[in-house]
Design a protein around this ligand. Structure first.
Ligand code: HEM
Ligand code: SF4
Length: 446
């Protein structure tokens, strides 16, 4: 498979036209800059996933429009992201968000406790969201369950109340400490929830984790390939878009495929690829045949299926490295030399802001400048063993300041050592987690 990122830019003279055309397509860039709520995410397979508990699209839309219509929700102390996880087989990585709404099923009548006074509150069987707060993986923290369970119809109001508590009380003096995590570190979760409760017209209720079931874990690399939908005779196809970079020609062709063979929809995923939903059984083979003609594919190896990279220095002023180009080169190197029997995720991020969330990668790389023989070259700090969801963990810092020229060979060696020394069927994450940092350094350097 050939992987060659193509870079594009919008010239200043075209900006207004681009923004106007986006608006007429029903898209908006309002609120996308500076310190705002960004990327409210719903499950990529919402509405057609056979295992989902709830279709999360209405909540993401409602919150998006509420924010657009309320100026006070624009000037946040710092950035803020919200995910609605419906329980489908492609994860939203909700636990990396400031607020994660995690769908759960309550199977029999249960007694919750009102947050304010602990009064017993009857919880009817049904689907609810558990509220998780304060994920910020760049600061080595995943969102934690608060114990609060909300009816889906209350979720948007709860999100807005949380946002307003953050706006009114978040730190505006130190940008490094202005995220939700730091307000909650200062106050504790109880005080934060009590302040949130003051902004709501209905009581917040807590329910033990044992009374609310999550769906089975999502499928790692389930964003690539052909899968059956809830709707009989329909399939969604996950297409590999290497590090999320597409040409306009590829975009047009994908849109044509979606229009001619399916329902005209395309879905994006947090894994920098896209899904074509609603492909009838009879068209699956025809659609699969189209991808190689446009330089894409619906299959990836266990090495390439979870390769993600942030914008990097071709588009972001903070970047120390060319994350996208180097991710592709690294992926090609490893893919030509190794075969893995289990999927791994490799995340490359160009600076400590952690947009590509290197701390939740099985292998995570964070760009740095490295001094080699008196010259400053692009390099990476490398972490191992990160993950999310049921297997959540922050990766362990193992190597610092490795120049990119050395990274592909080093990681090839790392994966070879893992394959030789692992216990039967042990995942790469599990292997790296059962060793101390020093042991890993020795093992991988020998
Ligand atoms: C020019 C491009 C970009 C710039 C200048 C930028 C800037 C930033 C900054 C300053 C932060 C840190 C906020 C803080 O922790 O206080 C951040 C975090 C983040 N950005 Fe970006 N970003 C860019 C592109 C992207 C893209 C393309 C994505 C995803 C599609 C993304 C996703 C995120 C996420 C998920 C975080 C939070 C990371 C964490 O949990 O610690 N960013 N970004
Ligand atoms: S991680 Fe840093 S370099 Fe990469 S897009 Fe975010 S701010 Fe830019």
């Amino acid at each position: 498979m050939s992987l060659h990122p193509v870079r594009g830019e919008i010239a200043p003279r075209n900006l207004v036209n681009v923004l106007t055309r986006l608006r007429s397509l029903g898209l908006t860039a309002r609120g996308s800059g500076v310190d705002n709520v960004r990327n409210i995410t719903a499950s990529p397979t919402a509405g057609f996933d056979p295992q989902e508990l709830i279709d999360t699209r209405p909540f993401a839309h409602a919150l998006h429009h509420y924010i657009l219509n309320h100026r006070d929700l624009y000037g946040l102390p710092r950035k803020f992201n919200v995910a609605f996880e419906g329980g489908g087989s492609v994860d939203t990585v909700a636990d990396t968000n400031d607020i994660g709404f995690m769908a759960v099923r309550v199977t029999e009548p249960a007694a919750g406790a009102a947050l304010k006074d602990g009064v017993a509150t009857a919880i009817e069987p049904g689907v609810y969201f558990r509220v998780e707060l304060a994920g910020i993986t760049g600061h080595k923290q995943l969102a934690a369950d608060t114990g609060v369970i909300v009816k889906p119809s209350e979720a948007v109001a709860v999100a807005v109340a949380i946002l307003r508590v953050f706006i009114e009380n978040g730190d505006r003096t130190d940008r490094k400490k202005a995220r939700l995590k730091y307000l909650i570190d200062k106050w504790g979760v109880s005080k934060f929830l009590a302040e949130t409760q003051k902004k709501l017209a209905f009581p917040l209720v807590k329910l033990g984790m044992d009374k609310a079931q999550r769906r089975p874990p999502p499928l790692k690399h389930g964003h690539i390939g052909v899968y059956r939908q809830q709707q009989k005779g329909k399939n969604y196809i996950g297409v590999v878009i290497p590090v999320g970079v597409m040409t306009t020609r590829q975009m047009r062709r994908l849109a044509d495929i979606a229009t001619n063979y399916a329902s005209g929809q395309l879905r994006l995923t947090p894994w920098q690829n896209l899904l074509i939903p609603d492909v009838p059984d009879a068209f699956v083979e025809t659609v699969k045949r189209q991808f190689p003609r446009m330089g894409l594919h619906h299959e990836a190896t266990n090495i390439l299926g979870g390769l993600v990279a942030c914008t990097g220095n071709t588009g972001c002023k903070f970047a120390a490295t060319d994350t996208k180009g180097q991710a592709v080169a690294l992926g090609e190197h490893l893919n030509q030399r190794l075969q893995l029997d289990q999927p791994i995720n490799i995340h490359l991020t160009g600076c400590p802001h952690s947009c590509a969330q290197h701390y939740i990668g099985d292998i995570g790389l964070q760009g740095v400048k490295v001094n080699v023989a008196g010259a400053s070259v692009e390099g990476y700090n490398i972490v191992f063993g990160g993950s999310y969801g049921a297997d959540a963990a922050i990766g362990k810092d193992v190597f610092k300041g490795i120049s990119f020229a050395e990274v592909p060979v080093l990681l090839e060696h790392v994966l070879q050592v893992y394959l030789e020394r692992r216990q039967p069927n042990e995942s790469f994450a599990a292997f790296t987690r059962r060793h101390e940092m020093k042991e890993l350094q020795e093992l991988f350097s020998s």
